[in-house]
Design a binder for this molecule. Structure first.
Ligand SMILES: Nc1ncnc2c1ncn2[C@@H]1O[C@H](COP(=O)(O)OP(=O)(O)OP(=O)(O)O)[C@@H](O)[C@H]1O
Ligand SMILES: [Mg+2]
Length: 258
């Protein structure tokens, strides 16, 4: 098999039910290493539900999800970040009064190794780890082109900047796979272009594989290597951006929901 085509993530026949609703219905697709894979679909299609399965926040009743060949069912929720799966959430959840750097650092605290007693006593090991985390956060802030606002509280920054802070928070745990849930929601044209460029940088310069949920078709279609389309919990199309964009079922799904 060609190394570049190797699946980092493999979703097979995954179904999730909430009472009578089938939020996901036998969904299968692969996310190849080093790619940006777009996940699209109308509201309620099951995109966030799939992310929540990948993060182990939701249980799936059928199917299998493999990451680096290992079944995620065996991995507890708190083990997901250390496996190398990072994510952002659909609703921005930054600490408004904390600085850009501090907000990025928040994403790394789940990975520090010192225990709770050591933290309480502020042992040297804790301070060293904190300093290391800060240095890494500062490096990411430069990568995200936010160094000029690094020490400012995020609450007063333009929305486009805040979205990039979220990316930083998802990246600080050194993910191999980054799950982005509607990172472009609420952005203007210029900010959209900027975000697209940043996501491509994440793939090309950091070598991180990206699974991107997004409603902005122009963004998904311009940066994705492959696109998967869901509707009512089922996969209706998969292929290159051009193939999916022109797929009759995809056109119908979007027209049908206005
Ligand atoms: N925790 C839950 N309890 C009950 N139903 C849920 C839950 N989470 C999701 N659903 C339902 O599952 C379906 C899929 O929802 P999901 O949030 O995955 O859609 P989505 O594709 O992310 O939509 P959007 O584009 O609006 O974010 C919807 O019918 C939703 O109401
Ligand atoms: Mg959603």
């Amino acid at each position: 098999m060609n190394g570049a085509q190797e699946a980092l993530l493999s979703v097979r026949g995954v179904s999730v039910r909430f009472g009578g609703i089938r939020a996901l219905d036998g969904v299968s697709f692969d996310v190849e290493k080093g790619r940006i894979v777009g996940l699209i679909g109308p509201n309620g299609a099951g995109k966030t539900t799939l992310f929540n399965c990948l993060s182990r926040l939701y249980e799936f009743q059928e199917g299998e999800i493999r990451y680096e060949g290992r079944s995620l069912v065996e991995v507890p929720r708190h083990g997901i970040a250390s496996l190398g799966i990072g994510r952002t959430f659909q609703n921005l959840a930054l600490f408004r009064t904390m600085s850009v750097v501090e907000n990025v650092m928040v994403g790394g605290h789940c990975r520090t190794s010192t225990g709770y007693i050591a933290n309480m006593l502020r042992l040297p090991s804790v301070k060293a780890e904190e300093a290391q985390l800060r240095a890494k956060a500062e490096e990411l802030v430069r990568f995200l082109r936010l160094e000029h606002v690094a020490e400012l509280p995020v609450g007063g920054l333009p929305f486009g900047y805040q979205k990039r802070v979220e990316l930083g928070r998802g990246l600080i745990s050194d993910p191999k796979l980054l799950l982005l849930d509607e990172p472009a929601a609420g952005l203007n044209h210029e900010e959209l272009d900027d975000l697209g460029r940043t996501i491509m940088d994440i793939r090309d310069r950091l070598g991180v594989t990206v699974l991107l949920v997004e409603h902005h078709m122009s963004l998904v279609m311009s940066i994705s290597d492959k696109v998967v389309a869901l509707d009512f919990g089922q996969k209706i199309a998969e292929g290159t951006p051009a193939e999916v964009q022109n797929h009759p079922d995809v056109i119908r799904a979007y027209l049908g929901t206005g």
